[in-house]
Design a protein around this ligand. Structure first.
Ligand code: SF4
Ligand code: SF4
Length: 99
């Protein structure tokens, strides 16, 4: 029997309509919730840099990026943002999630 060439082989191993993490809202996993205080925030972006779920929201204000809040649709409440926020600033603290 003659072997098929690669052009005659059926397509395989193709995952169509791959779901992205944007469709997987992980906010319901939280037991604790980060609360951000805009009056204390110095916009050092450490929370944005370390957040594993890209849940720290940045907005452009006068051409400069600024932290503008937390996206609770995706925030899993890991607390990393509160940990990395500089101790002298402490613009994020964790609270118990109310369901
Ligand atoms: S608690 Fe975790 S997931 Fe939520 S914003 Fe902070 S670092 Fe991101
Ligand atoms: S780590 Fe703290 S001070 Fe820095 S941007 Fe985030 S909330 Fe603001």
């Amino acid at each position: 029997m003659k072997k098929k060439g690669w052009k005659e082989l059926p397509e395989g191993g193709i995952i169509k309509n791959v779901p992205t993490s944007q469709e997987l809202k992980t906010g319901s996993w939280r037991t604790q919730k980060p609360v951000w205080d805009p009056n204390k925030c110095t916009n050092c972006f450490l929370c944005w840099l370390y957040c594993p779920d890209s849940a720290i929201i940045l907005r452009e204000v006068n051409g400069e990026p600024k932290v503008s809040g937390i996206n609770y649709d995706y925030c899993k409440g890991c607390g990393i943002c509160a940990e990395v926020c500089p101790p002298k600033v402490k613009a994020i603290h964790m609270e118990k999630e109310e369901l």
